[in-house]
Ligand binder design. Structure first.
Ligand code: ADP
Length: 269
């Protein structure tokens, strides 16, 4: 749990907003007899620099919460704020979906370049920025290839590079590795963990996988069955840099977090 100070209130010097504030949010799809209560009531604050993983049974409202934070949906009641303001789709957050959603007629570099163009980066600066972003996700040697000439895992790396291109303060990821084979998935998890430590970007990541949640998160929130509420909110007190992935997974703290979160997910389902 994020702990308040001794008096139970925010320190007087901390005026700035959390990166994400979710207050008493409920979300209902449809109306009347068709209404589906998908989420809430739920309240969450995500401080800047956190890597929050939302985990829970299928249909519990994880993607709904992510879409509310992205501004793709408005809450039925309550409020969502990112950097203190109502979220606007396409502004302030890079989003990665389960499918990479790249432009197939463009090259790998061209896809990232387009994101930089949309972000208002001057043309002369873009080649250097494209190279830097592709380097960051381990794709420097495929910049000139077409999207259909690279693997699914590489396509998802391009999607991550594109989401980082705008220098948005938030990175939102909705089961980005769910369609990948196990080995590719592990590699991408490892690289995303490294990228997250390097960029310090505030991230919200949705997954079904307890392992993925413990490996990636600095904090994990388990949601109950629909309508999703907080069943468990736990800080993942593992080093963000230092041990290699195998060492990290072998730590006793890793195993106990995995057990606690796994138990909460099973209880929620
Ligand atoms: P999760 O990401 O946890 O699998 P979702 O947020 O996608 O869950 O969905 C939560 C619930 O809301 C599910 O029961 C789903 O069927 C329903 N739902 C999601 N999107 C819509 C929609 N556009 N219209 C109606 N119901 C929806």
């Amino acid at each position: 749990m994020p702990s308040p100070d001794a008096a139970g209130t925010a320190p007087a010097t901390r005026q700035e907003h959390a990166a994400v504030e979710v207050r008493d949010v409920e979300h209902v799809y449809g109306r009347g007899s068709e209404a589906v209560a998908a989420l809430g009531p739920i309240s969450l604050d995500v401080p800047a620099g956190a890597f929050l993983v939302l985990v829970g049974p299928s249909g519990c409202g994880k993607s709904t919460l992510l879409r509310l934070i992205a501004g793709f949906e408005e809450p039925t009641s309550g409020s969502v704020r990112t950097a203190g303001a109502v979220p606007v789709p396409g502004k302030g957050a890079g989003v990665v979906f389960q499918q990479p959603r790249l432009f197939p007629w463009k090259t790998v570099g061209g896809n990232v370049e387009l994101a930089l163009r949309y972000a208002g980066v001057p043309r002369a600066e873009r080649p250097r920025r494209v190279a830097g972003l592709l380097d960051r996700v381990g794709l420097h040697d495929v910049a000139g290839r077409r999207v259909w000439q690279i693997s699914g895992g590489q396509q998802q790396r391009v999607a991550i590079a594109r989401a980082l291109a705008g220098d948005d303060p938030l990175l939102l990821l909705d089961e980005p590795f769910a369609a990948l084979d196990a080995l590719t998935r592990e590699r991408l998890q490892e690289d995303l963990r490294r990228v997250s430590a390097e960029t310090g970007r505030t991230s919200v990541f949705v997954t079904h996988s307890v392992d993925e949640a413990v490996f990636l998160g600095s904090r994990v929130v388990v949601l109950t069955r629909r309508p999703g509420r907080v069943a468990l909110d736990i800080d993942v007190d593992l080093p963000r840099t230092g041990p290699d992935p195998d060492e990290l997974r072998a730590l006793p703290a890793y195993a106990s977090l995995r057990a606690e979160i796994g138990h909460a997910v099973r209880a929620a389902a």
